[in-house]
Design a protein around this ligand. Structure first.
Ligand code: DGY
Length: 323
């Protein structure tokens, strides 16, 4: 019988990462496309000391109580709203995430999505594919200016700051932001960022980019009342989590042209989408892929594996959530 600790890798991952884990652990892994349903996840975790998980796996008190041997849950994601961290802490279970390694890649995507929404790229492309491009006209798919405009960032963590750098240094944008706390002066100075209250952020935004972590406190931070405060020419981009924005209110605001356009990579109840979002033309929709380059996904998987290995072999996990 093996004396190695047993772990579960809950979603298919890079073979090199699995091979690395197999040198230390008895590894069970999900090689299918589908995440395990909650009851199956609990069944698969029986007797396991650790789990490598993604945002698709929910780790809550009931699961932890049903899997008392679990010592560590390691997310292959920076966001960890899928993990009940206080429940883990109360049971002595270490939780980890993957910050830093995805910051620049995610910021690239957020900026691209904002530009695509502002410049109506998806709308124009769809029309072209439908054979609707017959002639030039001065206002054909004329969108919102990005360069020199006001970039409004809600949630100024690592990714928010990386987006601010792109806007300020690459596109000459004025950066305003709202956050739980104001940044140190030197971080503000790097991009000329101005800290404002939420109402000012909404009122002055030409392009609002949302990078807030999801929690009960940030649920529907942007809903109908907030959208109504924005300029009719403004865009909204959400690369944070579904639920930070009220998608029903957003679909309505896009339909009524309360705001001009949106770029969305995350959705309430994803992978299902609110039907209203699928029928408005002025939104660019992508399936939660902001960190999806092979280089970054490999770095995320390797960091999660390093966390799990350290947690179960007496080392120091590099990026704990509940140290
Ligand atoms: C993250 O890392 O949180 C991304 O959203 C992928 O889940």
């Amino acid at each position: 019988m093996s004396t190695k600790p047993a772990i579960l890798v809950a979603r298919a991952l890079f073979p090199s990462v699995l091979e690395g884990l197999q040198t230390q652990f008895e590894v069970s892994s999900n090689q299918g496309d589908e995440p395990y349903a909650p009851a199956e996840l609990i069944a698969r975790l029986q007797g396991k000391s650790g789990a490598l998980i993604t945002g698709s796996e929910r780790i809550d008190a009931a699961l932890l109580d049903a899997c008392p041997q679990l010592k560590a849950v390691c997310n292959v994601a920076v966001g960890y709203n899928n993990i009940d961290v206080p429940a883990c802490t109360a049971r002595g279970v270490l939780a980890t995430n993957t910050p830093d390694v995805l910051t620049e890649t995610t910021a690239d995507f957020g900026f691209a999505l904002m530009m695509a929404a502002a410049r109506r790229m998806a709308e124009a492309e769809h029309a072209l594919r439908r054979g609707e491009w017959k002639r030039w006209s001065y206002d054909m798919f004329a969108g919102a200016e990005v360069n020199g405009s006001t970039l409004a960032i809600l949630g100024m963590g690592r990714i928010g700051r990386a987006i601010a750098r792109r806007g300020a240094l690459g596109f000459g944008m004025q950066v305003i932001y709202h956050n739980r706390s104001q940044l140190p002066a030197e971080q503000e100075a790097e991009v000329g960022a101005r800290y404002v209250d939420k109402a000012t952020l909404l009122r002055e935004a030409d392009h609002l980019v949302i990078v807030l972590p999801y929690s009960a406190a940030s649920h529907h931070t942007i809903a109908a009342a907030e959208l109504a405060q924005m300029k009719p020419t403004a865009t909204l981009t959400n690369i944070a989590r579904g639920g930070v924005v009220d998608d029903v209110a957003l679909a309505e605001a896009l339909r009524n042209r309360t705001i001009a356009a949106a770029g969305l990579d995350v959705f309430e109840g994803e992978p299902q989408l609110h039907a209203g979002l699928l029928t408005v033309p002025n939104v660019v929709l992508t399936p939660h892929i902001a960190s999806a380059t092979m280089k970054t996904r490999l770095a995320m998987a390797e960091l999660a594996a390093a966390n799990l290995t350290a947690a179960l072999t007496g080392g120091t996990p590099p990026t704990p959530i509940n140290p």
